[in-house]
Ligand binder design. Structure first.
Ligand code: ATP
Length: 892
């Protein structure tokens, strides 16, 4: 028999599991061994060897190797071996950089891997979906992706979208009854749920019948997810730029060679020098360093609770000009406590802290006994029955498993002495219509001991009032007149203006034994009972984060399903709503065309009582006004807006799988302040990339120019090939990496957001590269000329002086690269990685100059101490000349 033909009891037996307590840990261990992890096999990976050899595929490196081999045959063994050694070390560096980049991307993927809720040893726990084994009991709700193939054992309005398997994009409703033994297609197996499909509504439970490659998804191998593009706009721009740089470098080196030959140097020497120069000057390592810098930045973001799911987002973060954020849980603590209750014109207060179920009820200032207040009792009882949350005590702390709003209602009822188990003995729950953010209500149908049936609804008060035709006033059911509606409305406003989140409770009796078809039928003609108001304090760090964003030219917009007045009150507390900014509510938003919204959208700071569907419209309107939008969300319906936003942000704790999968950024702590931290890091990473692009390219310009100038002036070669390659390996590589780890400049969150269209050389970077590079080339040439003039027979001495000057000029310039302004505007030694990288580079240069066995290899001779003064003086010129000119401009 197949699983869909069995009833739940048979499934339980067939899989040797227990529907009420799940598998035991010992079972799980054994089954993991037997069935393996619940994973789909991925395609072949590139082997490490291939990756290593791909480092040599670069055309100029091949030419260099060929040229070196020729020089080897010509008897220049030392040169040939040294050059090959350097090329191999370089390849290793590239190889490790790429491995590191790939590893961190893999780690990212694992961090954002889905989790599932599973029943084991009688406890519901969360595990990574790859740990699921056959026989496990899973529970899931709207927004979850199903983790394995399941036979359903419990469903509540459950609908699942199975297009990944069936191509059918409409969700199908699910049930638990067994199906006849016909040959059914996947789309017809209404009592099964399949790995990779998505829950769009309701909730349910199921027994795992297949995992990994033994699932329906595993059988269609070609449907395995296609990898998304992981290159960022800057990387793509650099790739294009790389081609231009290669051509330019080749052209200039060709020029060096031709001029050199015309001036009488021999062709072979010039050829080897030219090829070495080309290898050094072509920034072939740039894309890999950019990837490493990006992924190191991503690691830093993880430490601050932000997981970047798509690498391009790192860059886009720095461009964000508007953050649209949910209120509940993101700006507030999502720890709700009922403090006010209202019914029949009376208000009661409850005291107590957080979820701790201890507190008293008061009317005016007097403590009361809840058992004397009928309406109060009903509200608390219904709030407890129409509720999924569980209160759990962990040591001295109480936490809520489930929706915090429901947690607050639960705790309020416990404070009044109610116990859910006792209530459920008295009233059985016959049917349930789960909460969703569009309806903003939830209902259950309960049966009392006499067999009478009632619909109990809780939800957003303004909406529930609209669904009510009567009101319970001092225990009597009355028509909900216009006047009564007014009274209720002022009570709602009164509670909301205290920044309280409000929930209304209503009910109606329905004939016994009837099944209600859908929530529309259930949630109409209700009798309104009253309101519960709960505090949800703002997160303390959000106010400052909003201010920092404002200083950084980023506007914060609150988008919430909550009441307008509640939203306004909290937005004011957080500094989001100013006197000039506007508030727009859901109904108003629905009535506006996109164009009308565009006209006002920049003035709106709070969108309240909105449905998730509205978010897409808001994103579009802001984007049409030229904004780069970050948008948060957690539910299934938030997914389109998250996808459409420039930076889709999903909640790590409360977010559904669907929301996370659509997002570029996941907040592990659901906290608004984390978005700000990520933006700051995003800006910093981009600035760091600019820093090392500047450093590397200026160095390369300097290297080419010194050679070109020397050839034009009919001088001998100022640097020999091995020196050029050494500079490329040592001086260029390490400090550039260290710049990638630099701390942000103090004003990084004081600048306006960067335009996403900005080119690589924008904001004066191109000029800095050319001017610094030119000066570096010039001072190196001058040093060479001085040394050569004094000692024309001793070319190696002059070359060593040029080598030292070039290295030193670059190593001084690297400190200048830390700032967009000048070396004097921040402590040059503030980056300890950079200081060490520079010390190490210097040492490595000193070693090849002063360590006798290396001197013949590097064609160096010891430099006199007195010459170092001149070398250092000259090397400092490019950086300090321009720092001086910066100061001069500033004082003017
Ligand atoms: P945000 O979008 O900022 O997270 P939110 O959490 O207030 O806002 P929703 O969850 O869509 O948005 O809630 C909208 C309204 O629905 C709430 O103001 C509340 O009145 C009502 N509500 C929230 N949770 C429940 C629930 N579990 N049952 C019934 N009604 C609820």
């Amino acid at each position: 028999m197949k699983y869909h033909e069995m009833n739940t009891k048979e499934v339980e037996e067939a899989l040797n599991t227990d529907l009420s307590s799940g598998l035991s840990s010992a079972d799980v261990k054994q089954r993991l061994k037997q069935y393996g992890h619940n994973e789909l096999e991925e395609g072949e990976k590139q082997s490490a060897w291939l990756l290593f050899f791909s480092q040599f595929k670069d055309f100029m490196v091949l030419v260099l190797l060929a040229a070196t081999l020729i020089s080897g045959f010509l008897g220049e063994y030392i040169d040939a071996i040294a050059i090959i050694a350097i090329v191999i070390v370089n390849a290793f560096l590239g190889f490790f950089q790429e491995i590191k980049a790939e590893k961190s991307l893999q780690a990212l993927k694992e961090l954002s891997a889905p989790q599932v809720q599973v029943l084991r040893d009688g406890q519901w726990i969360k595990i990574a979906s790859k740990e699921i084994v056959p026989g496990d009991i899973l529970k899931f709700s709207s927004g979850d992706r199903i983790g394995a193939d399941l036979r359903l054992i419990d469903v509540k309005s459950l609908e699942i979208e199975e297009s990944a398997l069936t191509g059918e994009s409409l969700p199908v409703s699910k049930m638990t009854d067994e199906l006849p033994a016909e040959n059914l297609g996947i789309g017809d197996m209404a009592n099964m749920a399949f790995m990779g499909t998505m829950v769009t509504r309701g909730n349910g439970m199921g027994v795992v019948v297949g995992t990994g490659m033994k699932t329906a998804m595993g059988q269609i191998a070609d449907l395995l997810q296609s990898a998304e593009s992981m290159t960022t706009p800057l990387q793509r721009r650099l790739e294009q730029l790389g081609k231009i740089l290669i051509v330019t470098a080749l052209f200039l080196t060709a020029l060096v060679v031709i001029v050199g030959v015309i001036q009488g140097n021999d062709l072979y020497t010039m050829f080897l020098a030219g090829v070495s120069l080309a290898v050094a000057a072509i920034p072939e390592g740039l894309p890999a360093i950019v990837t490493v810098a990006l992924s190191l930045g991503v690691q830093r973001m993880i430490k601050q609770n932000a997981i970047v799911r798509k690498l391009p987002a790192v860059e886009t973060l720095g461009c964000a000009s508007v953050i649209c954020s949910d209120k509940t849980g993101t700006m507030t603590q999502n720890e709700m406590t009922v403090t006010h209750l209202w019914s029949s014109g009376q208000t009661w207060f409850v005291d107590g802290v957080g979820y701790e179920p201890r507190g008293d009820f008061y009317h005016k200032d007097e403590r009361i006994d809840v058992h004397n207040e009928k309406a109060l009792q009903q509200m608390l009882m219904f709030g407890m029955l129409c509720n999924h949350a569980e209160l759990i005590q962990k040591k001295k702390e109480y936490i809520v498993d489930g929706d915090p709003t429901e947690g607050a209602l639960l705790v309020a009822a416990i404070k009044a002495g109610y116990n859910r188990a006792d209530l459920l003995n008295e009233f059985s729950i016959v049917q349930e219509f789960p909460f969703d953010s569009t309806r903003k209500m939830m209902s259950v149908i309960i049966k009392d001991p006499n067999g009478r049936q009632f619909v109990v609804t809780k939800g957003a008060p303004d909406i529930l009032v609209g669904k009510s035709e009567a009101i319970l006033w001092n225990g009597k059911k009355q028509l909900l007149s216009q006047d009564a509606k007014q009274t209720v409305q002022s009570a709602i406003n009164e509670l909301a203006s205290k920044a309280l989140r409000t929930i209304a409770i209503g009910f109606k009796e329905i004939p016994a034994q009837t099944m209600v078809l859908d929530e529309k039928e259930a949630e109409k003609s209700l009798t309104f009972i009253g309101l519960q108001g709960m505090i949800d304090p703002p997160r303390p760090e959000v106010k400052l984060a909003v201010k920092e964003c404002k200083d950084a030219g980023i506007k914060t917009v609150m988008i919430t399903g909550d009441h307008v007045i509640t939203a306004k009150a909290i937005a004011k507390q957080l500094g989001i709503l100013s006197n000039q900014s506007k508030v727009l509510d859901g109904p108003a938003l629905s009535n506006m065309s996109l164009e009308e919204l565009e006209d006002v959208v920049e003035d709106v700071s709070v969108f309240a009582r909105v449905s998730p569907e509205h978010k897409l419209k808001i994103v579009k309107a802001l984007q049409n006004r030229g904004h780069i939008v970050a948008m948060t969300g957690d539910g299934v319906n938030d997914a389109p807006a998250i996808k459409a936003a420039d930076i889709g942000v999903a909640m790590g704790i409360t977010g559904t799988d669907v929301a996370k999968e659509s997002s570029a950024l996941v907040l592990l702590d659901d906290n608004f302040a984390t978005i700000k931290a990520a933006i700051k890091e995003g800006r910093n990473i981009y600035e760091n990339i600019r820093k090392f692009i500047r450093y590397l390219l200026a160095s390369n310009v300097g290297e080419i120019l010194v050679m070109l100038f020397a050839m034009l002036l009919a001088l001998p070669l100022p640097l020999v090939p091995i020196q050029i390659l050494w500079v490329n390996l040592v001086t260029d590589g390490l400090p550039a990496m260290a710049l990638g780890l630099d701390q942000p400049e103090g004003d990084v969150m004081k600048r306006k957001p960067r335009s996403p269209k900005e080119g690589v050389f924008a904001r004066g970077l191109g000029w800095k590269i050319i001017s610094r590079g030119f000066l570096i080339g010039l001072v190196t040439l001058l040093a060479f000329m001085f040394a050569y003039k004094d000692n024309p027979d001793h070319l190696e001495y002059a070359q060593t002086v040029a080598f030292a000057t070039l290295v030193l000029a670059q190593l001084i310039h690297v400190f200048d690269c830390r700032s967009e302004k000048s070396i004097l505007s921040r402590n040059p030694f503030g980056n300890k990685y950079l200081v060490w990288a520079v010390i190490l580079s210097l040492l490595m240069v000193l070693v090849v100059i002063y360590y006798p066995p290396l001197q013949p290899i590097f064609h160096t001779v010891p430099i006199l101490a007195s010459d170092w003064w001149i070398i250092t003086g000259l090397a400092a010129v490019p950086t300090f000349l321009l720092a001086g000119s910066f100061l001069l401009r500033k004082t003017k």
